[in-house]
Design a protein around this ligand. Sequence first.
Ligand code: MN
Length: 279
Amino acid sequence: MTLTRREALKLSAAAAAALVAEALLRSKTGFLASAWAGPARASTMPTASRYSNTDNTLQGKESSMHQVATTSGLLSEAYVDGKYVLPKLPYDLSWLEPQYDARTLELHHDKHHAAYVAGLNAALGKLDAARKANDFATIQAVSRDLAFHGSGHVLHCLLWDSMCKGGSKPTANLEKAMKESFGSADACFAQFAAATKAVEASGWGILGFEPVSKKLMIFTCEKHQNLTIWGVAPLLVCDVWEHAYYLQYQNRRPDWVDAFMKIANWEFAGQRLAEVSGM
Ligand code: MN
């Protein structure tokens, strides 16, 4: 089966879970770390220095910049020398007080975020070992670990950059997008707060860019492990909902997957890779 480029893109768009995060991957330099650099560079963000609780100039004449990160934010520091790493906070622990106290921030970053980084590297190690042994007995659990810890790492990197002392106003490009997507910036704020408060148990409120409609959307993510690693761009997908194969294969999903592997369009995946990473 040969798909036209348009059909192929439509097909890939069906991987809706990763669509929003995919926007982060529109950079030319690849993978998650540099992904965040794309939108940041393209924006009208001022070239302020990094956040600093000790640099009083940030509270003075540069305060209108609200300590916006210079280039790409913490995701650019989230993967170093072949390993995911815990980036340093872009501000001192007490910088966000009184809204977010130092001890809470310290535990959140030093313990919880660090655990995601460790779990992510461990999952990758297990996958490496499984491939070498050609033994995928634990693949379900390890795949889940990869998504759980990977999403935790990415989302926490974004979280630290998502807060600054006293808050900040949207940049001009963001405000324009908010108006187009929600009617106004205030409507966006209201929806974001309402949606996030309504998350059942644990989760996230997430403002994202959906690249097909080119609109901003707000999502709540109750189990981030169910949503791949946020920021991953889907390159090739196989549908194993029963509707995809039951007429022909009934309950034999492995037969369907084996058949799919014979018709998998890796050329399209390569085109997608070039699009999202420049590789
Ligand atoms: Mn957290």
